[in-house]
Each structure stands twice: as C-alpha cells, then as structure tokens.
Design a protein around this ligand. Structure first.
Ligand code: GRF
Length: 207
C-alpha cells in the first residue's frame, strides 16, 4: 500500500477482547504501521463483531454451513482477505483451524495469541479453561501468553513474544485466565505494532 501502512485482517469467533485491545491501540496511534481493515467471524453472534462496528471497521461473517467443504470455506476466506488487500492475518480467538491454502498464501504473516507459555500447554484441545486447568494441575509456578506465527500444526509456529504471570496459591482457572488475559491485551497490540513496523520496512517484497 502506498502510505506504508500494513493492512490487517482479524479473524474472530467470540468475545473479541483482544480485538478490542488492538482497535483501542489503533485509535490511540499505538499500532505502529498496522491498520485493521477487516474483521471476519465464523460465528454470526460473536460480540467481537460489535466491537468492530464500534470502531467503524468493516466486518464479515463467513459461515462454515454455507460452504460444502473446508476447502471452499478457506477459498471464501482468502477471497475476502484478498479483496481487502490484507497483508497480515491476526487470529484473535478464531476457533477454526486454517487450512493449507490459507497458511500457504499468508505464510509468515499469520499471528496467533495463545494463553500459555508455548511450547507448553498448546496443541489440539488446549484452549480456554482447559489450558489454565492443565497449568494448575501441573502445579506450575508461572504461566502467561504467547504470540506466535501460525503454521499447519496447532500452536506450533515460531514464538514471537511472550509475557509471564505468576500462578498464585489457591488460584482457580478463572483467576489465572483473568491474569493472563490482562497480559494478552498488552502483549498482542504491542507485538502487532512491532511486526507491522518490520513488515513495513520490507514493504516492497510483500505487497
Ligand atoms: C484468548 O484467551 C486467546 O489467548 C485465545 O482465545 C482467547 C480469545 O479471547 N486464542 P477474546 O475473544 O480475545 O476475548
């Protein structure tokens, strides 16, 4: 894009508190060269869609049931991202595995945030309260969140940034979840800003 900004598409399924933090950062000029141009949800009632509307960001709902196969779903997703000239895909609580077409097209330009210190407590089935329950069951002294690049395996791509929190005596999964989520809201926008600034420096090779 000629102005040097990096066009971001955010994929969501739920509450979108991370999306909210990202849009707030954008509003206060703290998202570096990043600019959210599209929010896509696979759930029609995701509260994240309202957050996008509040910030005047275009939103789209793409439902799996409207597509005959996962491949055709992914094609529709790629088409929307393409139409909006998206250069960076940000997963913010998107509860669908991206297929090889999407990963191949945006390789190295898809970020995710996971509510644990990867490579620990990641992989299939490790999401939401399951993560925090596992951390507590293992009597870990600390947990946190991880921003990583997305590849074909769940929670597996290279780690970009992490933030740690202590695990306190007597913590319930909800306590730990709340403490980790607070850090997510700081780490994700800051990491996206850095990432976009770096991408912007190599604009010629990625646009
Ligand atoms: C966060 O805990 C994030 O780590 C995980 O999904 C959750 C999304 O929460 N990937 P929200 O929709 O951003 O509130």
């Amino acid at each position: 894009m000629p102005d040097g900004s990096i066009r971001i598409g955010v994929l969501v399924s739920g509450g979108g508190s991370n999306l909210g933090a990202i849009l707030k950062a954008q509003r206060s000029q703290e998202l570096g060269q990043g600019r959210v141009v599209l929010v896509v949800s696979n759930k029609p009632d995701a509260y994240a869609l309202e957050r996008a509307a509040d910030h005047g960001v275009e939103r789209l709902v793409i439902l799996r049931r409207d597509h005959a196969s996962d491949e055709s779903y992914d094609q529709a997703l790629i088409k929307s991202l393409d139409e909006h000239h998206v250069q960076l895909v940000v997963l913010a609580g998107f509860l669908r595995k991206l297929g090889p077409q999407v990963i191949g097209k945006y390789r190295g330009r898809i970020l995710n945030i996971h509510p644990a210190l990867l490579p620990k407590y990641g992989g299939a089935g490790m999401y939401g309260h399951f993560v925090h329950e596992a951390v507590l069951a293992a009597k870990e002294k600390e947990s946190g969140c991880t921003v990583h690049l997305v590849d074909e395996e769940f929670d597996h791509g290279p780690v970009i940034a992490q933030a740690k929190v202590p695990v306190m005596a007597g913590d319930h999964p909800e306590d730990l979840a709340r403490r980790v989520l607070e850090q997510e809201h700081l780490l994700y926008p800051a990491t996206i800003a850095d990432f976009c600034n770096r991408l912007s420096g190599v604009q010629g090779s990625i646009s």
